[in-house]
Design a protein around this ligand. Structure first.
Ligand code: NAD
Ligand code: MG
Length: 384
């Protein structure tokens, strides 16, 4: 039996790993839509290889290039934000949400409304929309499967257990490339150094988030929405080897952990095949070669982002969407060489202090908070 699949953000790091897995089981999948932001030529190549029904570039200026590259095929070419949502709302068995940032929120909501299974990598969408997204999942009978490796690990550790008996959910963090750096070194950190992650090969934005630890902050909020055990039962531990992807401790003292190679193909495969399993081609874990696993408490004096995120989710309302939007603006400015590394968290903190709006109750209201917070963050940035 074949299953239909749409990949939002097909040209990115998670998109590429997903398509690699589909290549292994090509006869099991029928590709509906593939989307990208601007990489029209790359998208067209993938759409042809996977015989997609439609290819969408969200940047409208890239449509002529996409049309040209798809001419002579029966693949539909489309562009723009509405076309992206239209593609996401096609009825499919599985949607892989792998767009980076809040730009992925509207298409994820469109995918949720068609009621299928959503494999969610796009954590920023859930952080920003929070209850608005989880309510839509319930309303439309959709299934949300976490692709993020920590959340996928927790999902696996909760399987067959009662969530009411959880004592702790522990998110592991690699600590990023700057884990052992001093304040002075962090102040001078460059984009090139920040995107060179020791364990994971990822897109630029999440790599910077990993270096600031904002990635773990966003994941803390993501975990809160996916696994409602209460904020006081969620904690973060630094585990530099990235072998244990997260853990769940139960009230009897049993801790379940999921271990695996640091390759996103493992959690993506877990979603694609769920509740079964599939081959990934990843090398098995070689524990004697790894030797030691170590654990540390996060250093929030040097890496304040996890505290900012924790405070934002405790505050609730518009704070998580504000945190995410300000972070997206600050990370883009850092990658463009406009600000220093440690200014990222400072801009997020200052944007949060200015208090953007009230609790959003709909997609439109979340997007309004997102826009307002971006404007505020940009104003703060200009005064630096
Ligand atoms: P990436 O930058 O490699 O790819 C992003 C994809 O989104 C590309 O296809 C790009 O064309 C598309 N895109 C970018 N901006 C867009 C916009 N404005 N509108 C529409 N499409 C847009 O990113 P990635 O590393 O694959 O990460 C994707 C998501 O998955 C992020 O939310 C990230 O936090 C999450 N994630 C990634 C990893 C990883 O290992 N890369 C691990 C866990 C979670
Ligand atoms: Mg993760």
């Amino acid at each position: 039996m074949t299953r239909s699949i749409t990949i939002l953000g097909a040209t990115g790091s998670v998109g590429a790993s997903t398509l690699d897995l589909i290549r292994r089981e090509r006869d099991k999948w029928q590709v509906a839509a593939l989307t990208a932001h601007q990489s029209a030529a790359e998208l067209a190549k993938l759409a042809i290889e996977f015989d997609a029904q439609v290819a969408v570039v969200s940047d409208e200026t890239c449509l002529p290039e996409l049309r040209e590259a798809l001419s002579g095929t029966s693949i539909e070419a489309a562009s723009g934000k509405q076309a992206l949502c239209d593609a996401a709302s096609r009825k499919v068995d599985m949607t892989v949400a792998a767009i980076v940032g809040c730009a992925g929120l509207a298409p994820v909501m469109a995918a949720i409304e068609q009621g299928g299974t959503i494999a969610l990598a796009n954590k920023e969408a859930l952080v920003s929309a929070g209850d608005v997204m989880t309510a839509a999942v319930a309303k439309h009978g959709a299934t949300l499967l976490p692709v993020d490796s920590e959340h996928n690990a927790i999902f696996q550790c909760l399987s067959g257990n009662d969530i009411d008996e959880v004592r702790w959910i522990t998110l592991t963090a690699s600590g990023g490339p700057f884990r052992e750096w001093t304040q002075a070194q962090l102040d001078a950190a460059t984009p090139k150094q920040a995107v060179a992650h020791p364990n994971w090969d990822m897109g630029a934005k999440i790599s910077v988030d990993s270096a600031t630890m904002m990635n773990k902050g966003l994941e803390f909020i993501e975990a809160h929405h996916l696994f409602p055990v209460g904020l006081d039962r969620l904690r973060i531990v630094v585990h530099p080897q990235s072998v244990i992807h997260s853990m769940v401790e139960y009230r009897d003292g049993s801790t379940l952990a999921q271990l695996g190679p640091s390759d996103m193909k493992v959690p993506i495969a877990s979603c694609l095949a769920w509740p079964k399993r599939m081959e990934t081609g990843c090398a098995p874990l070689d524990l004697p070669a790894i030797g030691n696993l170590s654990f540390f408490a996060p250093n929030e004096a040097l890496f304040p982002a996890t505290k900012l995120a924790r405070d934002a989710v405790h505050a609730g309302g518009a704070a998580p969407a504000t945190l995410n939007a300000a972070n997206e603006v600050a990370v883009a400015a850092f990658l463009a060489g406009q600000i220093g590394f440690t200014q990222i968290a400072a801009i997020v903190a200052e944007t949060l202090e200015s208090g953007i709006g009230t609790a959003p109750a709909s997609l439109e209201e979340v997007l309004a908070v997102d826009i307002a917070a971006r404007q505020r963050a940009k104003t703060i940035l200009e005064t630096l």
